[in-house]
Design a protein around this ligand. Structure first.
Ligand code: CA
Ligand code: CA
Ligand code: CA
Length: 481
């Protein structure tokens, strides 16, 4: 080694600069190579993949060792030398049509590689990510919820100083307690605000069906990371929650290739999550599933909902489908498909169309084609819940159905459909606490139904029931002023 002036110059430069992280840029595979080039699996995968899943989420480049990304081994590369010297080294393979891509593509190719360069310089020092969160209580008008936020200094070179977490609501009807100081956070360490939760208070007159909370981390007053949470209003009954910390005994893995399991490479909450390929990338020509064993009975449910946090990295042609079955696993319908790459983020599904279904199963299914296996899919904090007495309205959830306003009401109630079903008979009824009908309205494929003449109704609690032959039945708690 170092027989050539070029390689000894690199060695001498490293000794002078003492970097923590480094890129040795190549083209044109559109992927990021990890050490070691001679081996088929990388060392320190948990650190390399944790970073890469963030800095490559913008350009969707997959990451792995040369053998996985390019199909051959390459010995004695700069990044291998760097890793052996305690430097985290990658070989970025910039995308493009060839070693001399057309001039017209240069701006795009540079643009998609700028964020990884920034991120690499940030993690060489200190960089504070939102690590996990826990939201307690119910989002009910006039009530207060408690939010704890855990952060992590994902950097390797410095302690993060003056770390502050701020929570910003999407709606003026939500108030949040002041930003909190997390002090100093050592490299690769976590900190949280357990015991001094953020307080999230809903105005007594809040009428939205959901709202968002944006969690922002700063270090010395400089923005680092953000995470957006969607909160559904109503009383939440948790039917199933799994943070993966107790293993995968509630899930069944089947199919070809590496099977789904607990993943230790990265986690949102705690130290474990679930995924298709622990310890590295997946395998080509794989199709397998991870099915939740409990079956759910939504026959008495008002608003079934699912949420989880996930991150993923797929090469073009590979994907994960999130699926449900209404016939005990004989047939599966896809609720969502995950392709490309995303860093940790929350997913929410308001499954109003499952209301009344007595037997519902859920699973994740992975499809890897015959070319380039990427890191795959990770998920954590998987929750199945039923919301009751929530506010129905224009929602940030993926399935929007109806809006009811105002609530509290005085003279009239207006019910609106955002997701119109033509030629469907919609029934809207207002009932008192004893179940007596106050008024009933029918509409044939309407976008709006108004119940009038409620001025003389005595103040108190009522229920509005909306029956839609396609979307199902919804019950909404209403307050008469
Ligand atoms: Ca976890
Ligand atoms: Ca993996
Ligand atoms: Ca592939």
């Amino acid at each position: 080694p170092f027989s050539e002036p070029e390689s000894s110059a690199v060695r001498d430069f490293m000794a002078q600069v003492l970097p923590k992280t480094a890129f040795s840029t190549h083209s044109t595979a559109g992927s990021y190579l990890m050490p070691y080039g001679y081996n088929t699996s990388p060392p320190a995968f948990e650190i390399y993949s944790e970073w890469a899943s963030v800095f490559l989420s913008e350009n969707d480049y997959p990451y792995g060792v040369t053998f996985q990304m390019l199909g051959y081994t390459s010995c004695g590369t700069t990044r291998d030398f760097m890793h052996s010297e305690g430097i985290y080294g990658w070989t970025p393979e910039i995308d493009g049509s060839g070693f001399w891509p057309p001039q017209s593509t240069i701006f795009d190719l540079v643009g998609e590689n700028v964020f990884p360069l920034f991120y690499q310089s940030w993690i060489a020092g200190a960089f504070v990510d939102v690590q996990s969160h826990e939201l307690g209580g119910n989002a009910i008008p006039g009530e207060t919820m408690e939010l704890t936020v855990e952060v992590k200094n994902v950097g390797v070179g410095a302690t993060a100083e003056n770390v502050i977490v701020e929570v910003t609501p999407s709606h003026p009807g939500i108030t949040v307690s002041a930003p909190q100081s997390y002090g100093s956070v050592a490299p690769r360490s976590r900190a949280d605000n357990l015991g001094t939760s953020f307080e999230i208070t809903l105005d007594p007159n809040f009428t939205e069906s959901s709202f968002e909370l944006t969690l922002v981390t700063t270090q010395d007053g400089i923005f680092n990371d953000q995470m957006v949470l969607t909160v559904q209003t109503g009383e939440k009954e948790v039917l199933y929650f799994d943070n993966a910390e107790n293993g995968a005994s509630n899930w069944i893995s089947s199919g070809t290739g590496i099977l789904w399991s607990v993943v230790l490479d990265d986690a949102y909450s705690g130290t474990q999550c679930f995924g298709d390929s622990n310890g590295g990338n997946g395998e080509n020509n794989t199709q397998n599933s991870f099915e939740l064993l409990p079956t759910f009975d939504f026959s008495g449910a008002q608003q079934p909902a699912i949420s989880f946090v996930s991150k993923y990295s797929f090469e073009n042609g590979d994907r994960v489908d999130f699926q449900m079955s209404l016939d005990a696993g004989i047939s599966w319908q896809t609720l969502d498909s995950f392709e490309g790459a995303e860093s940790w983020h929350e997913k929410n599904y308001l499954l109003q169309n499952l209301q009344g279904e007595a037997s519902v199963n859920f699973r994740f299914t992975l499809f890897n084609d015959s070319f380039i296996p990427a890191d795959g899919f990770y998920f954590d904090d998987f929750e199945v819940a039923n919301y009751t007495n929530g506010i129905l309205g224009n929602s940030d959830f993926e399935f929007n159905v109806v809006g009811v306003s105002p609530n509290p009401f005085s003279g009239q109630i207006v019910v609106k459909w955002f997701d119109t079903v033509d030629f469907a008979l919609i029934k809207v009824g207002l009932f008192d606490l004893q179940g007596r009908a106050i008024d009933m309205k029918l509409g044939y494929g309407p976008k709006e139904i108004t119940i009038n003449g409620l001025e003389n109704l005595s103040s108190g609690l009522y229920f509005l029931r909306i029956e839609d032959p396609v979307k199902g039945q919804f019950v909404q708690k209403m307050i008469k002023q």
